[in-house]
Design a protein around this ligand. Structure first.
Ligand code: FNR
Length: 382
């Protein structure tokens, strides 16, 4: 029997992912006042019904000032729990686990949506004052952020914790802390954006302090049976910036503090970065962290082919593969991969998902999936 690793379960604390195909967080810029709406239910729900093991909901702001755009999701107030609970319930009914990425954009907050140009919005254009470790803008021509005081850092930690409690109340299986892509926690890690002279800047230990405080505080309220992920940019792709050796060292400390998996991405810190992009270009980072820090990793970035994904897992470079844009283009990718890899069965799925995915792989997506949609809708309306 052919049993690809891609379709084998992954156990993280008490959470068992039915396979190792996951959707990474991807901003939809479609929330009103941070609230999930019909778009989120349809976007996440439709992909959930296609055989994923895990999906991670987009960057979700822990405070309004931390939104990338005015249309980001949020978990900074209790009213935002209920609409997300609906998304979570629907997704779980299809079989995948579901996590949420908790985020603060720091100096990269207050922007227009990508399809509106993505430029920084000044307060007079509906934007707001940005905060950061140091008063250094992301790029020339942007308004300078305000450096956070030490007392304000305590408030940021508190807001991460409050958002994690709300995520728990919404029913999420896991939380991912966003410390990548040049957002606030990454801004603290990198010497290019952190020029502080207090205990939150300077040495590696000082630059890591805020992230470690966030992790420790969240781990206290996030149940011991549920996993905690951290997304890191392994390198800034820039001279004098954050790089792989520090990232591996930090990952080892994060493991000791109760982090279960590092989602290994890169870049986003400065506009002058020089990223070398190609198929699987960030896989070596997942591999270096896994080998050097000894904890599970997720690989992400231009992973599009079933054989490529399978090789990453088989060769021990990562424990989970994340497909972003490929799942936007092709939500039926898991069924396609099942067929391409010739898998006859895979473990750890609820029997309902099992049947629908196998029939989708053999007979085409629509016919196999329709009954499952109907069953789930009936369950939700009970
Ligand atoms: C992203 N990405 C992203 N990353 C993140 O950590 N939080 C986020 O909210 C988002 N938002 C987002 C929106 C959109 C539209 C895209 C395309 C991407 C990055 C994403 O998670 C992933 O790391 C990259 O897309 C690289 O993977 P792929 O697309 O090459 O598989």
């Amino acid at each position: 029997m052919n049993s690809p690793k891609l379709f084998s379960p992954l156990q993280l604390r008490e959470l068992k992912l039915r396979n190792r195909i996951a959707m990474p967080p991807m901003c939809q810029y479609s929330a009103i006042d941070g609230m999930a709406g019909d778009w989120h239910l349809v976007h996440y729900g439709s992909r959930a019904a296609q055989g994923l093991g895990l999906m991670i909901v987009e960057a979700t702001a822990i405070e309004p000032r931390g939104r990338i755009s005015p249309h980001d999701l949020g978990l900074w107030k209790d009213e935002q729990i209920e609409p997300l609970r609906k998304v979570v319930a629907f997704v779980k009914a299809q079989g995948p686990a579901i996590g949420v990425q908790l985020a603060h954009a720091g100096r990269k907050a207050s922007g227009a949506r990508p399809w509106e140009g993505g430029a920084q919005l000044s307060p007079s254009q509906g934007g707001w004052e940005c905060v950061a470790p140091s008063a250094i803008p992301f790029k020339e021509g942007e308004l300078s952020p305000r450096a956070l005081s030490k007392a304000e850092l305590g408030d940021i930690v508190g807001a991460f914790v409050a958002a994690a409690r709300r995520a728990l109340s919404a029913g999420f299986d896991l939380v991912e802390i966003h410390a990548a892509h040049g957002y606030l926690l990454h801004q603290f890690l990198s010497p290019l954006s952190n020029r502080r002279d207090d205990e939150y800047g300077g040495s590696f230990a000082n630059r890591s302090r805020l992230l470690l405080e966030v992790v420790e505080a969240i781990r206290k309220v996030w149940p011991a049976d549920k996993p905690l992920f951290v997304r890191l940019s392994a390198t800034d792709w820039a001279a004098g910036g954050w790089d792989v050796p520090e990232c591996v060292a930090l990952s080892g400390i994060l493991k000791e503090r109760g982090v279960d998996l590092i989602d290994a991405s890169s870049a986003g810190l400065i506009a002058t970065q020089k990223v070398i992009v190609g198929p699987g270009y960030q896989v070596p980072f997942a591999q270096a962290i896994r080998a050097g820090a000894g904890l599970p990793t997720a690989a992400v970035g231009l992973i599009t082919e079933a054989a490529q994904a399978e090789a990453i897992l088989e060769e021990g470079k990562a424990d989970l593969v994340l497909l972003g844009r490929e799942l936007l283009r092709n939500p039926g990718w898991p069924a396609q991969a099942l067929r391409e890899l010739g898998a006859e069965s895979f473990d750890g799925r609820p029997s309902e998902g099992d049947t629908s995915l196998r029939s989708a792989a053999s007979t085409g997506y629509g016919r196999g999936l329709a009954p499952q949609y109907l069953r789930s809708l009936r369950e939700m309306s009970r």
